[in-house]
Design a protein around this ligand. Structure first.
Ligand code: 13P
Length: 292
């Protein structure tokens, strides 16, 4: 079942769990997320970054839509880090049910204006919008971008931002970065900052850079308004580490139906564990899909 982010996260926010948003950059990852979600009876989000859509091309989204629509558990197809109205329009045309407008690198007022423009457009067709305030960090190897220097989200500005843009969900900068952290980098999630934002902002909050963080910090974040957790690196590493092993053990193999299943299984197990950690396992039953 395919729904938009507002309807998906309303249930998560009210029941204090988070839904994983997984970057699907090929059909194997679509299978991973759907298999894991169905096995755990969990809602899930499949997101595609502009770099990834360049790789898989627009028609890939029709495949994702078809696969998600046939499932009994609720899914959202989301644009990760849209950077322009062109990205937003392209995604709506492709059939995403949710988009992110990431203008977080712009000055505050310009971020508001760009995000509001995306909201005015997307809400016309019942597509929900995620905005971002503050900057999420970036680690080597991740193609999802981010800033060298994390600018933590200011709670007072966050309240103004939400009110003036009309967004459905807010991505906050509370210490995480995309990718795997170098040992020297402080990447603890600033729970006190998150608490302050949660007090001022009454919509679901989004944690980017969900990989390589201690489980305890993730659990704590979910208690303070985080209802969507973006996860890419951990899933991709589980997949490609296993694929490397399979290739090394079978140097002459070349058939996808031989090479892919073990990697797909490894990534599926990882995603299932993340659903347990985020608290979304078993929660598909909370959605009254006939009423949406
Ligand atoms: P990770 O690659 O750190 O899981 O981050 C994913 C993400 O935040 C995509 O927007």
């Amino acid at each position: 079942m395919l729904i938009n982010m507002r309807d998906l996260l309303k249930v998560a926010y009210e029941n204090k769990f988070a839904v994983g948003s997984f970057n699907v950059a090929n059909s194997e990852f679509v299978k991973v997320v759907i298999n894991a979600a169905e096995a755990q009876n969990s809602p899930a989000i499949m997101q595609i970054h502009p770099n990834e859509i360049d790789l898989v091309t627009d028609s890939f989204v029709a495949y994702v839509r078809e696969a998600a629509s046939k499932s009994k558990v609720p899914f959202v197809i989301h644009l990760d880090h849209g950077a322009s109205i062109k990205d937003i329009t392209r995604s709506i045309r492709n059939g995403y049910t949710s988009v992110m407008m990431d203008a977080s690198h712009l000055p505050f007022e310009e971020n508001i204006a760009a995000t509001r423009e995306a909201v005015e457009l997307a809400h016309l067709v019942d597509v929900s919008v995620e905005g971002e305030l503050g900057t999420i960090g970036s680690n080597e190897g991740s193609s999802e971008g981010g800033a060298d220097e994390i600018l933590y989200t200011n709670p007072d500005e966050a309240a103004i931002f939400v009110e003036q843009t009309g967004i459905d969900t807010l991505a906050v900068a509370v210490g995480t970065s995309h990718g795997i952290y170098p040992q020297t980098k402080d990447h603890s999630i600033k729970i006190d900052r998150l608490q302050q934002i949660h007090e001022k902002v009454k919509i679901p909050l989004v944690l980017h850079g969900g990989s390589d963080n201690p489980d305890e910090e993730i659990r704590e974040a979910v208690k303070h308004g985080i209802a969507k957790i973006n996860l890419s690196t951990d899933m991709k590493r589980a997949f490609y580490n296993q694929l490397r092993k399979t290739l090394d053990a079978n140097p002459n193999a070349y058939e996808p139906d031989f090479l892919m299943p073990e990697a797909t299984q490894a990534a599926t197990e990882l995603v299932k564990k993340k659903m347990d950690l985020f608290g979304s396992t078993g929660k598909a039953s909370l959605y009254k899909l006939g009423e949406l």
